[in-house]
Ligand binder design. Structure first.
Ligand code: ARG
Length: 462
């Protein structure tokens, strides 16, 4: 029987247009699914063997043929070069037939590339998800290490990028630990939904062979099997969820990057980035630029783009599989590559950040960051908060005119505005007291921050 080189030539009489052939091909990028597709194909062959669709000998020969291909791919770096295959699935089938002969043509019994690609893609992304979860953990550890390098340091907290209230440096670090911890949880939950096996859906209506799908799923480490094949072959929710979770990580990384870009500017001067993660200017000899951080901020855009692109690609697609869906691969591959690189670079940057503690402390104690503390002090003397707020506002205005901080005013000057103020106010307005008063859960008191650091380490099993 004369057969075409591709997987579907029987009903075609004239050759495919060359430009269209290239347009249609995905091998250039989906070869990344090679190992996953081999593993899934082995499980499928075993399933066919157990079902009696293949003899035990046939199944065993196909499995060893597939294992041989995997070995070859590991040994020969140019194995994937210049191959005319349409996609990774036809590539594997063609090489299998080349290796074991016509028996290789039995492998595709009871499956379609539609359930095959969905299965391989899920297996591949499951492993990447595990790596991302681990890299998030490493990043959280780096934040904790940065916090512990400066355990007593403070810096101004901001709202509207205006100095607001002093906070511990470790508290700032822990804010990002919270974000990455949520991210980790999100990937973990998405992994749970991803871990369902579409194999056995065949093209769209289910397989016509008595394959024990649960057993195949078990072999591949899937939690369960899909319940509806129309859905299973056209479902890319797992890819969208991965891109969405990645987008949120990138939001967090970009905010971390932006904070540090500001903090290492001369205007702020809170942190110094070491040379290892900075670049110079080709023209201005004095420059030291935070390019690593700017790239972390900048690369978020392409990840958001992939998320939006996936949604747009899937929107309105009729059931079930459509070739549009081949576009999912490059979006996810670039999302994974960008995200993982950014996580690794952020960890390196954090190890190269030094806090300028004196400068931070000075900034945290100038600019009326203890004004709320004074209002709270008056509240504790029975004055309604709104009244206290107004009185302190007037004292701040007076201080600005005088060029003095609140704690630099005299007791007389303060009492002229609020008679309830007494000598104890100076102690109350100190940085130490300002911080220590935020002792409720979620606050920045040194004691609370130490407890949260311990809790974070416990969560990370440090
Ligand atoms: N390369 C294809 C993809 O990524 C594989 C599935 C092709 N299925 C088909 N019926 N043409 O989506």
């Amino acid at each position: 029987m004369e057969e075409k080189k591709n997987l579907w030539g029987g009903r075609f009489t004239t050759p495919t247009d060359e430009t269209f052939t290239e347009f249609n091909r995905s091998f250039g990028f989906d070869c990344r699914l090679f190992a996953a597709d081999i593993v899934a194909s082995i499980a499928h062959a075993n399933g066919l063997g157990r079902a009696g669709v293949l003899t035990q000998d046939e199944a065993a020969a196909i499995v060893s043929g597939l294992e041989g291909l995997a070995e070859k791919a590991g040994l020969e770096p140019d194995f994937f070069d210049d191959d005319a295959a349409e996609d990774v699935h036809s590539f594997i089938e063609a090489h299998l037939v080349e290796a074991i002969g016509d028996l290789g043509k039995k492998l595709h019994t009871g499956r379609s590339r539609n359930d095959q690609v969905a299965t391989a893609f899920r297996l591949w992304l499951r492993a990447e998800t595990d790596s991302v979860i681990e890299e998030l953990r490493v990043l959280e550890r780096a934040l904790i290490a940065a916090a512990e390098r400066h355990p007593d340091a403070v810096l101004p907290g901001y709202t509207h990028l205006q100095r607001a209230q002093p906070v511990m440096w470790a508290y700032w670090c822990l804010a990002y630990v919270e974000m990455f911890n949520r991210d980790r949880e999100r990937f973990f939950q998405a992994r749970g939904r991803l871990n369902t096996m579409p194999l056995g859906s065949a093209a769209l209506a289910g397989t016509a062979f008595p394959i024990d799908r649960e057993a195949v799923a078990k072999e591949l480490g899937f939690e369960g099997v899909s319940r509806n094949s129309l859905d299973a072959v056209s479902d890319r929710d797992f890819a969208v969820e991965f891109a969405a979770a990645s987008s949120l990580v990138m939001v967090h990384l970009s905010r971390l990057a932006e904070d540090l870009i500001l903090y290492c500017s001369t205007e702020f001067g809170f942190v110094t980035l070491s040379d290892a993660v900075s670049t110079g200017s080709s023209l201005m000899p004095q420059k030291k630029n935070p390019d690593a951080l700017e790239l972390l901020r900048g690369k978020s855009g392409r990840v958001f783009g992939h998320h939006a692109g996936l949604l747009a690609m899937l929107k309105g697609l009729p059931l079930a599989y459509n070739k549009d869906m081949q576009e999912d691969k490059e979006a996810i591959f670039d999302t994974v590559d960008t995200l993982r690189l950014c996580l690794q670079v952020t960890e390196i940057v954090l190890a190269n950040v030094t806090l300028n503690e004196d400068r931070c402390r000075c900034a945290a104690t100038t600019g009326y960051l203890n004004a709320t503390e004074l209002a709270d002090y008056l509240v504790k003397k029975g004055i309604p908060f709104r009244t206290a707020h107004d009185a302190v506002g007037r004292l701040v205005l007076f201080g600005i005119e005088q060029g003095r901080e609140l704690n630099e005013l005299t007791l007389d000057e303060m009492q002229a505005v609020a008679a309830e103020i007494d000598e104890a106010v100076f102690e109350a307005l100190s940085l130490e007291r300002t911080l220590a008063s935020k002792a409720a859960v979620g606050g920045t008191s040194p004691e609370r921050v130490r407890a949260e650091l311990d809790a974070a380490k416990e969560r990370l099993k440090l």
